[in-house]
Design a protein around this ligand. Structure first.
Ligand code: 1HE
Length: 275
């Protein structure tokens, strides 16, 4: 079904693959889209072409895609910023460059559907900033995290100063940036960088399983979880309670909620227990 937000022309499969650069590969699995960073020869380093391609992909997702899985080719999720792209940049270009990343990663965090990232190998610098824009992170035990910006004489520029302290706290981000140390998958899991820790080569399957589960939720509820929950979490409690009440009423007033509640009450609905 070609909906208004689909890129023009083409069939479903090519509808989002068509205008992607070679460094990105997209595939559809029913209601799930799987986006792969496909630049393993450069350890999935993020250059402008790749960042802009991601922005186009997430902006133009077809309406019948309900969740996205993001993963990386080769031995690493991403080595972060393509360091060759900033070497000659002026201060003004540096600001523009960072704002471009912000815009692209906002289409992930505040896009149409939840994104599950699969992490393995290096998740460093801008790679960790990218991972932080996803809603769920599944880390394979090979994953290691680092923020080597200090070593390179640069700074976070892909939203990491905002997203990472919210995930793991300012003091941990300071430690990672000041020391440039690597953090293991286990440590990352313990402090909340990932929500799932899985064996090598099993991350994609786990992420697809999670994405399929997410896709069964009412779209309005997924929207509220992505767009409303984080804003409420950052607002003062009184405004938060009010926003929650309004969102709850909007969700429960939808036809979808009414039919799901009816299904449950008439013994047709799913029970909640699943791992
Ligand atoms: C790259 C990049 C890159 C690899 N930009 N080309 N990020 C970093 O500081 C991490 C830099 N990369 C590394 O430390 C290592 O590459 C890894 C530990 C990730 C992987 O090591 P390894 O041994 O598997 O690969 P390699 O041999 O180091 O790299 C293979 C190729 O990828 C090589 O190119 P080649 O042409 O010589 O084959 C590398 O130059 C290339 N490569 N990483 C460009 N990052 C918005 S602000 C965000 C700020 C940051 O992200 S700072 C962190 C940058």
């Amino acid at each position: 079904m070609a909906k208004k937000n689909s890129p023009k022309g083409g069939n479903r499969k090519s509808s989002f693959a068509a205008d992607l650069p070679p460094s990105l590969h997209a595939e559809r699995r029913g209601e799930i889209a799987i986006l792969r960073l496909a630049r393993p020869e450069k350890r999935n380093a993020l250059d402008d072409v790749l960042i802009l391609g991601m922005e186009r992909f997430f902006t133009a997702l077809p309406d019948d895609i309900k969740a996205v899985v993001l993963h990386g080719d080769g031995e690493h999720f991403s080595a972060g910023l393509d360091l060759s792209s900033l070497a000659e940049a002026s201060v003004a270009e540096g600001v523009q460059h960072s704002r471009m990343w912000h815009q692209a990663f906002n289409t992930i965090e505040f896009g149409k559907v939840p994104v599950v990232a699969v992490l393995h190998g290096a998740v460093v610098g801008g790679g960790l900033e990218l991972a932080a824009a996803a809603h769920i992170r599944v880390a394979e035990t090979s994953t290691y995290y680092a923020l080597p910006e200090g070593t390179r004489g640069i700074f976070l520029g892909g939203g990491g100063t905002v997203r990472l302290p919210r995930l793991i706290g300012t003091s941990r981000v300071m430690d990672m940036m000041l020391t440039g140390r690597t953090m293991s998958a286990e440590e990352g899991q313990a402090i909340g960088l990932s929500q799932y820790l899985v064996k090598p080569k099993t991350g994609l399957a786990k992420a697809i399983e999670l994405a399929k589960q997410i896709a069964t939720n009412a779209p309005m509820t997924n929207f509220a979880i992505m767009h409303v929950l984080p804003r409420i979490a950052e607002s003062d409690p009184a405004s938060g309670y009010m926003a929650e009440a309004l969102m709850a009423a909007v969700a429960q007033g939808s036809d979808e909620a009414k039919s799901r509640l009816k299904d449950f009450l008439e013994k047709r609905g799913k029970k909640v227990l699943h791992k």
